[in-house]
Design a protein around this ligand. Structure first.
Ligand code: AVI
Length: 323
């Protein structure tokens, strides 16, 4: 299952500690969603993907299943596939199979993920299954600048980015544009296959982040439990609630942990006050329109070439050429 690309896995404690200290010390209080993904958070996210209300994962899978041959034609032969936030390397297998089936064998695959051990293990498995493919895992935070490994093949490989799962939505719109601009430069001569969640009826969006079983609430709340376990803070989860709502003006779902009373939390020797109703903003999940995606591609150094949606136009997979 593909999980949050720019934040999966474990982070150095000091990283989480300093991010949380900074988050609690500012107004409004806000922290990056990457800290959701400790082992428990990753498992909860996997459960979210299977929830009846959480349509993005299965909708994207259906689009890929229906259109992989066309996507393979866009990608072409001799690709150097670069997957951002590769996770367990599940989706790439489908893309690889489609490329091989079309006689468009890729030269290389570069899965990028911050979760080193998990990545190395998954890459070893993949190598066994596709022995002709040069697999070079990169364990790093791909939101930071990095260089692609030089492909060790006779023909010049074309760099092709693969960024499914609507993880782009977890960047702010400014961060998304910055990331895409940097990515367009590193994919010059190739392109990007991008999965993005679309703007839709607010009730559908609301339900997807407020599931009846409470898994998304547990995912959100796990951040506080993680802080208590790892950093010795004393968040009382009985006095915080999951609050997820659609911010229409910003076209995004916002997730917050809202304090239900005035309270003081201690973290690493420092006290932080929450007023009643004050929140820690934990995630944005930005939704896009097809027009917005077209403009975004053009603004960030890509040429939008093709896109595929499900029948309800809830999710889009986009193929952009890097200029
Ligand atoms: C990983 N990411 C695309 C998910 C999303 O929909 O923004 C994370 C998530 N948060 C709550 N539910 C799912």
């Amino acid at each position: 299952m593909h999980r949050l690309a720019f934040g999966k896995g474990f982070h150095a404690m000091s990283d989480f500690a300093s991010a949380l200290q900074a988050a609690l010390g500012q107004h409004p209080k806000q922290i990056s969603p990457k800290y959701f993904y400790d082992a428990k958070g990753s498992a909860l996210f996997d459960r979210i993907c299977d929830l009846p209300e959480y349509y993005p994962t299965r909708t994207e899978q259906a689009i890929l299943a229906a259109h992989l041959p066309a996507m393979a034609e866009c990608i072409g032969a001799h690709a150097q596939l670069v997957e951002f936030g590769a996770g367990s390397l599940v989706k790439i297998r489908r893309l690889l199979d489609a490329l091989y089936a079309a006689g468009l064998a890729p030269d290389a695959y570069v899965p990028i993920d911050i979760s080193t051990e998990h990545l190395i293990r998954a890459a070893e498995d993949l190598k066994q299954q596709y022995p002709a493919l040069a697999v070079t895992p990169l364990a790093l935070d791909y939101t930071q600048a990095f260089s692609l490994p030089v492909a060790a093949t006779s023909s010049p490989a074309r760099p092709i980015g693969f960024f499914p799962g609507s993880t782009l939505g977890n960047f702010s719109k400014t961060e998304a544009a910055q990331f895409l601009t940097q990515t367009a430069r590193s994919l010059q001569g190739g392109g990007l296959l991008l999965g993005v969640d679309l703007v839709k009826d607010e009730r559908i969006l609301h339900a997807a982040y407020n599931d009846a079983a409470g898994v998304t609430a547990a995912f959100n709340m796990n951040l506080l439990l993680r802080a208590n376990a790892e950093l010795g803070s004393n968040f009382d989860v009985n006095y915080f609630e999951h609050d997820a709502f659609y911010n229409q003006a910003e076209q995004r779902i916002e997730m917050h942990l809202r304090s239900t009373r005035a309270q003081t939390v201690s973290l690493l020797g420092q006290a932080y006050d929450f007023a009643a109703g004050e929140s820690l903003h934990t995630e944005n999940s930005c939704k896009y329109t097809l027009e917005g995606l077209h403009d975004l591609a053009l603004r960030t150094g890509f040429e939008p070439v093709a896109h595929w949606e499900d029948e309800r136009s809830w999710f889009s997979v986009q193929w952009w050429r890097a200029k």
